[in-house]
Design a protein around this ligand. Structure first.
Ligand code: GLN
Length: 300
């Protein structure tokens, strides 16, 4: 006879699993929500509820991955960015909350303007491009990435998250190296944004980031100060801005002054940096000389 009380063999209570899984509570609750279908409210209301069978197995495997240092977003398969649920996987960087600063900046520059040509360089999961297309239905958004696998995921995210009838049309995706990926070498933009690779080749943080793609962190131009790709990107992108148009880049915590100098060195004006929620200068931006006029494609 089995005991009259206590969990059945092979099962554990939600409370016991939370206590034993070895994860921060928020991570454990996320796994219970996604893998066992248990909301936070139901965990609080029924801590004695039992976990068993395939669900318990899946929870144990997932907890093991998170304990080994894999980002929770890869284990869950998604991460929220700008209120959008993006699919993510090891082919793309996990979108970070501080990157929302770039989206905020971009929306501020576009103001009430609906039509604009916007470019996202190094789009990864498509986070920045999709957030902008979501906020500005008429914007013509293009995005570049050096990884075909990343672009496939970004396309899939756009298909799921944006209405097929978007006024600005479908996003356009280009595979290749920065501006070289674009089919038309004369095309100019009203806004160019990028969260490029900027981690130095020997940065000790790379160990903690080991599950994420090196191409997205260190880039194709690995170097000691982490600025190899940013240097190239600024050089290539600055001449492709329309008059008065802005280029804005995310960068590392100690790179703001160097990035402002690169932007100014490329002939751009009003270089300045924005602080993230932790007070770190995280995004730097500058604009092309002249005044922004109506986009040549704008219709009356
Ligand atoms: N923000 C990331 C990190 O240091 C790096 C992202 C990037 O290189 N673009 O954790």
């Amino acid at each position: 006879m089995t005991q009259a009380c206590g969990p059945a063999a092979g099962s554990v209570s939600v409370q016991a699993w939370l206590g034993d899984c070895g994860l921060p509570r928020a991570d454990a609750l996320a796994l219970l929500r996604d893998l066992a279908g248990l909301s936070h409210a139901s965990v609080l209301a029924h801590p004695e509820g039992l976990l068993a069978g395939d669900t318990l197995q899946a929870l144990r495997r997932a907890a093991e991955r998170v304990r080994a240092g894999e980002p929770l977003a890869y284990v869950l398969g998604w991460r929220e960015f700008w209120g959008l649920r993006l699919r993510v996987g090891p082919q793309v960087l996990v979108p970070r909350p501080e990157t929302e600063l770039l989206v905020e900046f971009a929306l501020g520059r576009l103001g009430a303007r609906q039509e604009a040509d916007v470019l996202d360089l190094g789009t990864g999961s498509g986070a920045i491009a999709i957030a902008l297309a979501h906020e500005r239905a008429h914007a013509r958004v293009q995005a570049v990435d050096a990884s075909a696998d990343a672009l496939a995921l970004a396309r899939d995210n756009a298909r799921r998250l944006l209405p097929p009838t978007r006024a600005g049309g479908a996003l356009r995706w280009h595979l290749g190296d920065w501006m070289g990926a674009l089919p038309n070498p004369d095309e100019r933009f009203d806004l160019i944004l990028s969260n490029p690779p900027y981690v130095a080749e020997h940065d000790e943080h790379l160990q903690a980031l080991r599950f994420e793609p090196l191409l997205a962190l260190v880039g194709a131009r690995a170097c000691d100060d982490g600025l190899g790709d940013i240097r190239e990107l600024v050089r290539q992108a600055a001449p492709r801005l329309r008059a008065g148009a802005w280029l804005a880049l995310e960068h590392g915590h100690d790179q703001a002054a160097a990035v402002r100098a690169l932007l100014e060195g490329a002939g751009l004006l009003d270089a300045h940096s924005l602080r993230d929620l932790a007070g770190i200068e995280r995004v730097s931006a500058a604009r092309a000389p002249g005044h922004a006029g109506p986009s040549p494609h704008a219709r009356a």
